[in-house]
Design a protein. Sequence first.
Lengths: 254, 254
Amino acid sequence: MNTTANLVEQKIVLNNSVSVDCVIFGFDFMQLNVLLVDRVMYDEKSGKELFNDLTLTGNHIFEEEDLDEAAARILFDLTGLKNIYLEQFYTFGSPTRINRENDKAWLAANGRDPNHRIITIGYYSLLDTDKVTLEWKGRNVRWVPVSDVTELAFDHMEILQKALQALRKKLTREPIGFELLPPKFTLSQMQRLYEVILGVTLDKRNFRKKVSRMKYLVPLDEKQKGVAHKPARLYVFDRDIYETTKTELLDFAI
Amino acid sequence: MNTTANLVEQKIVLNNSVSVDCVIFGFDFMQLNVLLVDRVMYDEKSGKELFNDLTLTGNHIFEEEDLDEAAARILFDLTGLKNIYLEQFYTFGSPTRINRENDKAWLAANGRDPNHRIITIGYYSLLDTDKVTLEWKGRNVRWVPVSDVTELAFDHMEILQKALQALRKKLTREPIGFELLPPKFTLSQMQRLYEVILGVTLDKRNFRKKVSRMKYLVPLDEKQKGVAHKPARLYVFDRDIYETTKTELLDFAI
C-alpha cells in the first residue's frame, strides 16, 4: 500500500477538497495588522497585469500531516517561526465560496476547476509584527492594517472577519496578549494592547478598576526608566496565579 | 457541466474526504445525555454478532449543502426537529483517526477504504431530552448519560470530550441554557441546570450571589404552585436586557 504512487494519489484526493487558511495577525503598539499575499493575474499573451487581489495565506494538507501541523507549516513558511500560538477557529465550506469572476479566472489559469468546492479550516495566530522577518520566497507577502482591508479574494473577507471576532472574544476571556508586551510593562502599555486588538478606546478609570481585580497582574516595586514623562509603575503577568484562580464558573456577562 | 453524472461525481469526491459529525446533547433535570448509535458488525456467514460499538451521528455533506445545512439535516434525520441550536466547535482530521481494528473491519465490510482519511467537522446541539421523539429508521439510536460513556468508535470519544468542553465553556459565558427551563423558573431549577451540564455541585450561596448580579434574570411577583415544600419565587430570563448589557469587555477570569 505504501508505494510512492499510492501516497501521491492519496495526497491529491485529500488536497483536492480540503485546505487550511491562516489568518496571521501582527500586533504593534500602533495598530493590528494581518499578513496578506498579492495574487497577481497576468495576460498570457501581452504579459500585462490583469488584476491584483489580496488573499490570506493558505495551503493544502499533506498526507502525513494533522490539521494543526499543516497550519504550523504554513506559518513557518511565511515567517520562519515555530511554536507559535495558533488557534483553529472555524471551518468554511459554503457551495458558493467561489463566485467572483477574478477568482474563477485565477483558478482556471492555474489548472484548477472553479466549480470544485474546497472546504477550508481556518486558524488564526497573533505575532509581534516587529519580531517577524517575512520569508518572501518569490511571493509578495506583506502586513496590512486590519482596518484598511475592505476586500479580499474568495471568501477571505468573511474568514478574516470571523477570525477577528474569535481573536477579540478570546482576548476578553483569556490572557493571550501578554506575550506581546515586554516582560515588565506599564498599565498604559497593557491598555494600549487591548485598544489596538479590540479596535476600541477604553476608559482609563474603568480599565484600571478592572485590572485591579486581576490577581495575576502583579505590581512591582519598580518604575519605568528613561522616559520623558513621570515614570509609571511596572507590572508582570503571573501565569501560575492565573492558572490557579481561573476556574471561575458562571462568569458570563456579569 | 451540470449533467447528473458530473454532479454525482462531484458529490462523491466531496463526500469521500469530508463529513459532519453531530454531538447531540440531551438535557433533563436528572442528567446530561448524548445521542449515540449502535454500530453492529455481523459475521457474513453465520450472521453472528461480532461486535457492537457506539458512535456519534455523522454523515457526508451533499453537493448543494453548506456545512451548517448538513449538520441540521443530520439532526433532523434523527430527531425530526428543525431550527435547533447547532454550533460548529472543531474540525478533526488526524491521519490516525482510524486505527482501531473494529473500525477498520467495519469500514472494509462497508466497502470503504480504512486508509482513506476523512476530515470531519464537529457540531454540537443541546435539546430537551423529554421533548425529542427519536426517529429510528432502522438504526438503533438512543440517549446515553454522558458520564456513562467510556468508549466510542473511531475518534468519537475525543470529539465528544471536545464538544463537552465547548458546551460547558459556552454555558459559563453565554445564556444558552434558558430554553431548557420552563418560561418561569425557580433559582433551584436554574442551579440544577448548571450543575447537570457542568457536571459539578455548586454552592447555593455563591450561586445566588452570582445570579443576583445578572440584570437579565428578572424576579416575578409570583411563586411556585402545587409544590409540597415552601413555594419558591419564579424568575424569567429577559433576552432584551441581556443583549443590551452584554457588551462587557475584558471580563476574563475576573
